[in-house]
Design a protein around this ligand. Structure first.
Ligand code: HAM
Length: 422
């Protein structure tokens, strides 16, 4: 027996129906905010993926050489591919540019509930607006999508990597050198050693460690941060940007969030406001969404441009919805099964199925089952109607249509089935 590779999954029809339902809902919300879909390749050059992804992602890459010796990697996320596409093909489009995607990603991680080696992300990237109202809109979009899906138990946490980077910069740790520190903060290990290595002084450490503690209600966190940063003009400017963004969130009616200035995110490209959404009921792998403002275009040879976005972990989102309700997608019975009463009726049944299928979901009974068994199948598969093709009705040019919910039966002329809307 062959098994699907570790960390991958097969999706059965009932599961796919639920997944498609969630996917369709997300697409609709993204499009309602003006985002347009793009698709990028499943694998990219290794160099693109490792350019700014951070240690965490590099450790977990699926990468390989192709037959011509090119170094390639299965994409672990879609922000870098989208920005490569932007630099290649869309740099001179009118701004802001709003792009969305839905695609598989691959990370060689230790599989567990909610953590897979092949998983799906549904995300957006907003390119070309440096203003806090753009970042606010992106956060609102993520929350709105969850509300429209009807997810109740989720927690939105907003932070500011920009502020943390400014504190580091004022302590003499510049640019790329900040990334391992961000990564250590994200992982929650090895921070002190790195601060030693980079010679971060007493004052810088005090401020940084103080910032990492700040989590909770907006007003408390902001005033504590303002105190801590009173002598750090650059960090204060970042905080000011965050405050403006939060005021816009209020305009949108989004007030259910915590401020967490200790969020560092696992990817190297973030530069400003960041956010994460958790579904606490998922336990260890509870993060269902992550995003923020970042800077990548120039890394790929483009002109610098303000960018922000997020990605839902689609599989975790579906799991979170399943924890809250028995059925994710409403499953009204629908469609029609056409059952010939004996082989002699098959050719008429084929014609009947063609006519009904013009306007409806319709299946022909392919198991040569007798009526009673065919009705049982129709019931199990959720058909709303059964068309019974029997000799005496066919002689009059009709078939019987049975409503499986009420049990009512009526005769309909075969020629009229072409217009029938069930
Ligand atoms: P990320 O936080 O690495 O961000 O991934 C986004 C989401 O993908 C996570 O919140 C999580 O729900 C899901 N995810 C990650 N790894 C796995 C896994 N092994 N199995 C199942 N789900 C997983 C990004 O990828 C950024 N590109 C998001 C972004 C877009 N930032 C700006 N624009």
């Amino acid at each position: 027996m062959f098994k699907a590779p570790r960390g991958t999954r097969d999706f059965l029809p009932d599961e796919m129906r639920e997944r498609r339902y969630v996917e369709t809902c997300l697409r609709r919300v993204f499009e309602d905010y003006g985002y347009r879909e793009i698709v990028t390749p499943t694998f990219e050059t290794l160099e693109l993926i490792t350019a700014k992804s951070g240690e965490e992602i590099k450790e977990h890459l699926y990468h390989f050489k192709d037959k011509s010796g090119r170094n390639l990697a299965l994409r672990p996320e879609l922000t870098a591919p989208v920005m490569r596409l932007y630099v290649n093909k869309l740099q001179f489009e009118a701004k802001p540019l709003k792009l969305y995607y839905f695609g598989s990603c691959f990370r060689y991680e230790r599989p567990q509930s909610g953590r897979y080696r092949e998983f799906w992300q549904a995300g957006v990237e907003l390119i070309g607006s440096p203003y806090p109202e753009a970042e606010a809109e992106v956060i609102v979009l993520a929350a709105d999508a969850l509300d429209r899906l009807g997810l109740k138990n989720y927690e939105l946490a907003i932070g500011s990597i920009g502020t943390l980077r400014a504190v580091l910069e004022e302590s003499g740790v510049k640019g790329e050198d900040q990334n391992p520190i961000m990564s250590a903060i994200d992982k929650g290990e090895g921070l002190q050693e790195l601060l030693d290595q980079k010679n971060v002084g007493e004052r810088g450490r005090r401020i940084l460690m103080g910032m990492l503690e700040l989590r909770g209600d907006k007003d408390n966190v902001i005033s504590s941060a303002e105190n801590l940063l009173s002598d750090s003009p650059k960090a204060l400017k970042e905080l000011e940007n965050l405050k403006t963004l939060l005021a816009f969130l209020e305009e949108y009616g989004v007030s259910r969030y915590v401020l967490d200035l200790g969020i560092a995110r696992g990817l190297d490209y973030y530069t400003g406001v960041v956010f994460e959404i958790y579904a606490p009921r998922l336990g260890a792998e509870k993060q269902i969404c992550g995003g923020g403002a970042y800077s990548l275009a120039e890394v790929f040879g483009g002109k610098p441009v303000a960018t922000c976005g997020f990605a839902f972990g689609f599989d975790r989102l579906v799991l979170a919805l399943k924890k809250e309700r028995k059925s994710i997608a409403p499953s009204a019975s629908r469609g029609c099964l056409v059952v010939p009463m004996g082989e002699g009726m098959l050719s008429t049944a084929i014609k009947v199925s063609r006519f009904i299928r013009k306007n409806n979901l319709c299946e022909l009974e392919l198991g040569r089952r007798r009526l009673r068994k065919a009705l049982g199948y129709a019931d199990r598969r959720g058909f709303r109607y059964v068309a019974i093709v029997g000799e005496s009705e066919v002689e009059r040019g009709c078939v019987v249509i049975r409503d499986m919910e009420s049990g009512e039966q009526r005769e309909v002329e075969i020629e009229k089935l072409k217009e029938l809307k069930l």
